[in-house]
Design a protein around this ligand. Structure first.
Ligand code: ADP
Ligand code: MG
Length: 296
């Protein structure tokens, strides 16, 4: 065809199921020499399931009461963990509070809401209370994380009342994608996640990733990207969540997993994976490389 190579590459990427936003972006994707991958929703399918319900002595709740309380607070959230909690409550036919009042969501951390007059917080154990707070709580968290689960803490009026275990499946093409990106860039991709270190290492080992940065807030993901770019790397960030948006914006290039991607991440990224396949990411980097050779 007579189409300029970068425009042909965009059309080609479209056939692979990736929407690349401009020719400039298409060209830059071929320059990347380092990749940072988000965990939940990016390396994993992002449809986690509740696997464990651990009420704590401090709350004296049944498993069903714990789940109903957490789901009532999580109901307005779009986070994959929140959807898992709400789905589990629905599966058990549990009644959710009509409306969670005063709902607030903190990316990379969790949610807070008023449920039946109580302040309920649901989210990352490390963010919601300090380590020494409650030995029973710490023990439950540790056991779940050692088993590769994401532990979700539930607090009522500041008291830990239970821990939920949540597990997510790796995408089927995750290991092949890590291998392809390693070949293309000459570096093994790094895992950046807001989740806990143990769950993150468990999963990284399964896909051949050795460098893991866990427990990160959105601004920590940005700091990691800036650190590598200060060393001269051109970093491609691949993410899905609102928590990834600042890193997607800061990086040399950013690709968002579109199917369950947050609106902010979709707006911020340079390219959107529309067909829900992670393996399209290295394919698009390769398309850019080929087009650049034809341009130069
Ligand atoms: P990732 O970087 O792996 O995509 P996030 O940054 O979205 O993960 O979330 C980091 C951690 O924050 C989660 O592992 C979880 O512990 C906690 N978290 C965030 N939002 C929620 C929520 N709505 N419900 C429960 N936990 C949450
Ligand atoms: Mg994510």
């Amino acid at each position: 065809s007579t189409m300029p190579p970068l425009l042909s590459a965009i059309a080609n990427a479209g056939r692979h199921g990736v929407l690349v936003k401009s020719a400039v972006v298409m060209e830059r994707l071929g320059q990347v020499d380092a990749v940072a991958l988000d965990k939940t929703g990016t390396l994993t399918e992002g449809t986690p399931h509740v696997t464990d319900l651990r009420p704590l002595p401090g709350g004296a709740l049944t498993e069903d009461e714990l789940l109903a309380l957490a789901a009532s607070a999580e109901h307005p959230s779009e986070h994959p963990l929140a959807r898992a909690v709400v789905a589990a409550a629905r599966e058990r036919g549990l009644p959710l509070a009509d409306e969670a009042e005063d709902f607030t969501s903190t990316p990379g951390q969790g949610v807070t809401a008023t449920v039946a007059g109580h302040t309920v917080r649901v989210g990352a154990p490390a963010r919601l209370l300090d380590d020494a707070a409650d030995p029973a709580h710490q023990k439950a968290v540790r056991e779940l994380e050692d088993a590769g689960r994401t532990a979700v803490a539930v607090l009522r009026d500041g008291t830990p009342v239970g821990v939920l275990g949540v597990a997510d499946r790796l995408r089927p093409d995750a290991a092949a994608t890590v291998a392809a990106l390693t070949r293309l860039t000459g570096r093994v991709p790094v895992l950046l996640t807001g989740d806990n270190e143990r769950a993150a290492r468990h999963l990284a080992a399964e896909v051949g990733i050795t460098e893991v940065r866990a427990g990160l807030l959105p601004q920590d993901k940005v700091a990691a990207v800036k650190e590598w770019e200060a060393q001269g790397r051109r970093v491609l960030v691949v993410g899905d969540g609102v928590n990834d948006a600042p890193a997607l914006a800061a990086a040399h290039s950013g690709i968002v997993m579109g199917k369950a991607g947050s609106d902010l991440a979709l707006e911020t990224a340079d390219a959107v994976v529309v067909r829900d396949e992670l393996a399209t990411v290295p394919a698009v980097v390769q398309l850019s490389r080929t087009a650049r050779r034809l341009v130069i």
